[in-house]
Design a protein around this ligand. Structure first.
Ligand code: HXC
Length: 526
C-alpha cells in the first residue's frame, strides 16, 4: 500500500470538514423545516451578531466506533456549541441538533455542554441554550442519565453567577426538563415546543388518561403553570425575545446591566407623566390595569413582561428608566383585586432573586388589599410558601425603590418592599393607604360592640357615629403621612412626578454597595 499523498490528506480533511458541517441524515433538514422549526445552525445564525460566532468542538465525537466496525459516530454529537456576541456582548450558546440522533443527549454531547458552561463561568458571560432534543440517548444507557446528572450539577453550581436562558424549540421530555428548569429563564414556541416529564403514551399506560403533547406540555400550559417565562409564535420571534431579555441583564453577578442611551427620555414632564394622575382611581376598591402605570414610567413605554399567564395578580418584568435597567414587581388590581396568594408570592420572590443575582435594581409598585384568606391557601402551605417573598426582599442587595400607589394593607405591606426590607427609596402617592386593614373592617373590629349597643338602645345617630369613626381611622391611618412621619415613606409625591423621581433615585443608587452576605446561602423556605 502506497503512502497517502498530500492530496489524499487534503481530500480527507475536506471530507471530514463537510461531514462535520452537516452530520445528520439526508432529508432531516427538510423534515425540521416542514415542522415549522429552524435547524440548530440557522437558529444560532439568527441569534448571534453577524460573523461573531466561533464554534467549539465541531469535530468532537463519541469515543468509540459502532460494533460493526463502520464509523457512524456523528461529528459534534448532536449539539452545536460555541461563543459569539449578541448586541456586542459576549454570550456562550448551544443548539441541540434534532437532525442528528434526534438531538439526544449522549456523553460527548453532555461534555460539550459542560465545557461550554465552564467557559461561560470563567469569562463571566451568559449561556443561551437552544433545546430541541429527544432526551437521554437511549443507546448510551446509564451514561446518558449520568450526563444529565453532570449537567444539572454544573448548572446548579453556576446558578446566580451567569444568566442561563433556555429556549425550548422542540421536545424537552423526561429528566431533560430539569436542564431549563435549573436555569434562570425558559422561553417556548407555540405549537412546536413541548416540555413534560412523561409523554402521552406513558400517561396512558400508567393512568389510563388520554392526552396529547400539547395538553401535557405545550407552550400555553407551561406558561400557565409558570414553567415558561415567555412564549412566542415562531423560532425567529423567540430568538428576538431572548436578545431583548439579555439587554436588561448584567453578564454576570459582578457586572452591571448595560445602560442604553435614552434619546426619548426627558427631564421635563411629559403628557404620559400627566396621564398618571388619572389612572389609579381614588376609590380604593376600584380596579385598573397597573401595566398602564408601568408603561408610562418606562423609556419609550417599553415593558418586557414575563410570566404574564401565571399568577396574573402580580405583574413582573423589565423596563428602563433613563436607560437604567429595572425589574418591576407590581400588584395587579385588575386581577382578583391584586390580592396576593401563594403563586403570586412565589412568582415575585423568584423574580427578585433573579434581579438580585444579575444586578438589576428592583422597583415595587404597591396596591394590595392583603393576602387571600381561606382554607385552600392555608392547606396549600401559604405560610411556608408565602414567606419566600419576605425572604427574597430581605436578601436582595440591589437598589430597591418602592412606590405605594394606593393600598398597602396587612401582611402584604411587610412583604412588598417596605422600608424595613433593606429598601433604599420609599415613595407614596397622596392617596396611599398604608395600614393594617381598610376602614370598614377596622371600625367593625375596634368599635363593633359599641355600635351594636347603640343599635340595641335605639340610638338614631348610629350611621353618623359610624361615619365619624371611619373618618377618624382614615385621618390617622389611611394616608401616607403617618408613615412618612416615622420615616418609612421618604417622600409623598404626585403621580406625575413618579418617572422623574425614579430616574433621579436610580442615578443616585448607581454606586450602592452590593455586599454579598458572608454565608454561602441562607435557608430560604423552599
Ligand atoms: C436516541 C433518539 C432519541 C433518543 C430520538 N432519537 N430520540 N435516539 N435516543 N432519546 C432518534 C430517532 O431514533 C431517530 O433516529 C431520530 O432521532 C429522529 O427521531 P424521530 O422519532 O424520527 O423524530 P420525530 O418524529 O421528530 O420525534 C421526535 C421525538 C421522538 C418526539 C423527540 O423521537 C421521541 O419521542 N423520542 C424519545 C423521547 C424520550 O422519551 N426520551 C427519553 C426521555 S427520558 P433515525 O436514525 O431514525 O433518524 C430522559 C431521562 C433524563 O430524558 C434523565 C435525567 C436525569
Amino acid at each position: 500500500m502506497s503512502n497517502p499523498t498530500m492530496e489524499d490528506a487534503i481530500d480527507g480533511l475536506r471530507q471530514r470538514r463537510e461531514e462535520s458541517v452537516f452530520p445528520g441524515k439526508p432529508g432531516s433538514i427538510e423534515k425540521q423545516h416542514a415542522k415549522g422549526k429552524l435547524t440548530a445552525r440557522e437558529r444560532i445564525e439568527l441569534l448571534m451578531d453577524e460573523g461573531t460566532f466561533v464554534e467549539l468542538g465541531r469535530l468532537r465525537r463519541a469515543p468509540r466506533a459502532t460494533e460493526d466496525g463502520s464509523d457512524k459516530r456523528p461529528f459534534g454529537d448532536g449539539v452545536v456549541t460555541g461563543i459569539g456576541k449578541i448586541d456586542g456582548r459576549q454570550v456562550c450558546v448551544y443548539a441541540q441538533d434534532a437532525t442528528v440522533l434526534g438531538g439526544s443527549v449522549g456523553q460527548t454531547h453532555a461534555k460539550k455542554l459542560v465545557d461550554l458552561y465552564k467557559l461561560a463561568w470563567k469569562i463571566g458571560c451568559p449561556v443561551v441554550g437552544l433545546n430541541d432534543s429527544g432526551g437521554a440517548r437511549i443507546q448510551d444507557g446509564v451514561g446518558a442519565l449520568a450526563s444529565y446528572s453532570m449537567l444539572g450539577n454544573v448548572k446548579c453550581e453556576m446558578s446566580g453567577v451567569v444568566p442561563m436562558i433556555g429556549l425550548i424549540m422542540g421536545t424537552c421530555a423526561g429528566g431533560a426538563v430539569y436542564s431549563p428548569a435549573t436555569g434562570d429563564f425558559t422561553f417556548m414556541v407555540n405549537g412546536t415546543s413541548h416540555m413534560f416529564l412523561t409523554g402521552p403514551e406513558v400517561v396512558r399506560e400508567v393512568t389510563g388518561q388520554e392526552t396529547t403533547m400539547e395538553e401535557l406540555g405545550g407552550a400555553e400550559i407551561n406558561a400557565i403553570t409558570g414553567n415558561a417565562h415567555y412564549v412566542d409564535d415562531t423560532d425567529e420571534e423567540s430568538l428576538e425575545s431572548c436578545k431583548r431579555l439579555l439587554s436588561f441583564l448584567a453578564s454576570n453577578n459582578v457586572g452591571k446591566p448595560p445602560r442604553f442611551a435614552a434619546p426619548s427620555f426627558s427631564w421635563d414632564l411629559t403628557d404620559a407623566d400627566m396621564e398618571l394622575d388619572g389612572i389609579v382611581p381614588v376609590e380604593s376598591n376600584k380596579a385598573y390595569d397597573v401595566i398602564e402605570v408601568i408603561e408610562r414610567i418606562a423609556d419609550d413605554g417599553d415593558f418586557f413582561e414575563i410570566h404574564s399567564r401565571w399568577a396574573a395578580n402580580v405583574v413582573i418584568g423589565f423596563l428602563r428608566v433613563n436607560g437604567h435597567s429595572v425589574g418591576v414587581i407590581a400588584n395587579q388590581p385588575s386581577v382578583n383585586a391584586g390580592t396576593m396568594n401563594i403563586d403570586a408570592t412565589e412568582k415575585a420572590a423568584r423574580f427578585i432573586r433573579t434581579c438580585d443575582a444579575f444586578n438589576v435594581p428592583i422597583l415595587t409598585l404597591v396596591d394590595v388589599p392583603g393576602y387571600l384568606p381561606g382554607i385552600e391557601q392555608e392547606r396549600a402551605g401559604a405560610i411556608r410558601r408565602g414567606s419566600k417573598l419576605f425572604y427574597a426582599y430581605a436578601e436582595a442587595r440591589v437598589p430597591s425603590i418602592t412606590v405605594t400607589l394606593r393600598k398597602s394593607y396587612g401582611g402584604a405591606y411587610a412583604t412588598m418592599g417596605s422600608k424595613q426590607s433593606l429598601n433604599d427609596v420609599n415613595l407614596a402617592w397622596p392617596q396611599a393607604e398604608i395600614a393594617v386593614m381598610g376602614a370598614p373592617a377596622a371600625v367593625k373590629i375596634l368599635h363593633g360592640r359599641e355600635l351594636l349597643k347603640m343599635i340595641q338602645d335605639g340610638a338614631t345617630d348610629v350611621e353618623e357615629k359610624y361615619n365619624e369613626l371611619v373618618a377618624e381611622y382614615t385621618r390617622d391611618h389611611l394616608n401616607p403621612y403617618p408613615v412618612a412621619e416615622r420615616g418609612w415613606v421618604d417622600r409623598v409625591i404626585k403621580p406625575h412626578e413618579t418617572r422623574l423621581e425614579l430616574a433621579r433615585s436610580l442615578d443616585l443608587l448607581e454606586t450602592r454597595r452590593h455586599d454579598p452576605p458572608a454565608r454561602p446561602h441562607g435557608n430560604i423556605p423552599l
